[in-house]
Design a protein around this ligand. Structure first.
Ligand code: AMP
Length: 394
């Protein structure tokens, strides 16, 4: 079966085509278009290219189209991308303005152009469906809660992949099997060996998730992906009182405050240099104090959240790093794990330095009680696997 993953932005359309017949996902083609005003034209051009290059006989020969939807009102999971999904995306279009309208438009286009090809939405919140109420409630009035304001958690596809892969690498087949079947069979009752993972997805957008026996117990991200760790140019956690105070003191409109929190904050806002961790490290090494501070704040925030989930789960068997910063930045990994010997974390400096993007492996010593692992992320591939499992099970 061939699975197409459509990645839709407000002015972009990217795709990847995977063949799942070998028992794993093999990428056949990828491409994309910028400055998009009409998804129908993009999809038509993409299909002509895929057919012309011999990857599929026709659009109808695609087994399923998968969409990495971000946030739906009153809906999550890995689900058929039907009217219910369109409604859910519309319900939260103000919260995810760059993503929800684009995905809704894209899903509609595929429905019109390839009606017989199944469409599957995998919400980024899906992995957090089984969080305890105490973990997702904010202490706000009921009228606010009724609007759907709560913690959701994001980067679900990436953290779920880590949940499965870390279980494989640590030989815990019961957890790996549970995670594999999570979106088709639900969590069921677990009675295998315990596995608690502190999963650090650190990239342009970053989050830490606590994973206990394959289920997320909490995420550093809350109501929107603007929360938690400092992001590349998005703020991360901020005391809610700061916003009305800044609006009053600087005479900013709410919209302008929102823009600054989304575009001029995070690592960019702190460092004043760049939103890219590489530039920030270079500037810090050249003596820029604000750049050094930006990395220190990121490390502190990762440790804060990982520590919180360590406590919540009563310990951990593994710490994992994934995505651009997590896979590449050995110094940052070492800083996150520094001084944790009493908890049983021992980094192997040589293995840590060797681990670069795309390579998987342990970076802790053989004796380290808590294993530290780098697990490469490939979100489209992860989504292709989940969509494939969903279509096969339906
Ligand atoms: P992602 O969103 O997973 O593609 O990650 C993108 C981020 O990874 C970029 O913004 C960079 O900050 C970071 N990154 C990529 N390569 C490196 C590197 N060698 N060292 C530190 N950070 C890196």
């Amino acid at each position: 079966m061939k699975i197409l993953i459509a990645n839709l932005g407000s002015t972009s359309f990217k795709y990847r085509l995977f063949d799942m017949d070998a028992g794993h996902a093999v990428q056949l083609a990828s491409g994309g278009y910028e400055r998009v005003t009409d998804y129908t034209r993009c999809i038509t051009t993409m299909l002509e290219t895929l057919v012309g290059d011999g990857h599929v006989e026709s659009g109808e020969a695609i087994g399923a189209v998968g969409f990495k939807t971000v946030l739906g009102k009153d809906l999550s999971g890995c689900v058929a991308a039907d009217e219910g999904v369109l409604e859910a995306l519309n319900g939260f279009k103000e919260v995810a303005p760059a993503h929800n309208p684009a995905y809704a438009a894209g899903i509609r286009c595929f429905a019109e152009m390839l009606p017989s090809v199944p469409r599957v939405a995998l919400f980024e919140t899906a992995f957090y469906q089984w969080m305890e109420p105490a973990a997702y409630h904010y202490a706000i009035p009921e009228t606010w809660r009724n609007l759907g304001i709560r913690r959701y958690g994001f980067h679900g596809a990436s953290h779920k992949f880590v949940a499965e892969r870390s279980a494989d690498l640590l030989g815990n087949e019961a957890v790996a099997d549970r995670v594999r079947r999570l979106y088709t069979d639900g969590p069921g009752n677990y009675c295998g060996a315990p596995l608690r993972v502190l999963s650090c997805h650190l990239g342009g957008s970053s989050s830490v998730t606590g994973i206990q026996n394959g289920l997320a117990v909490g995420s550093s991200m809350g109501f929107s992906p603007q929360s938690g760790l400092p992001q590349n140019n998005r703020v991360g956690d901020l005391d809610s009182m700061a916003i009305p105070y800044v609006c009053k003191m600087l005479g900013l409109s709410l919209e302008e405050a929102e823009r600054q929190l989304n575009k001029e904050s995070g690592l960019l806002g702190l460092s004043g240099v760049s939103n890219d961790a590489r530039d920030i490290r270079e500037a810090a090494e050249a003596g820029n104090g604000n750049a050094a501070l930006a990395t220190e704040v990121l490390v502190d925030s990762i440790r804060h959240w990982a520590g919180s989930f360590f406590f919540k789960m009563g310990g951990a068997e593994a710490i994992t790093f994934t995505a651009g910063i997590g896979e590449n930045d050995a110094d940052l990994r070492a800083a996150v794990c520094a001084g944790l010997e009493d908890l049983g974390v021992q980094i192997d400096p040589q293995a840590n330095t060797k681990a670069i993007r795309g390579t998987e492996g342990f970076i802790s010593t053989k004796d380290s009680k808590i294993k530290v692992i780098v697990i490469p992320a490939n979100e489209e591939l992860v989504i292709a696997r989940e969509v494939f499992r969903y279509v096969q099970a339906s």
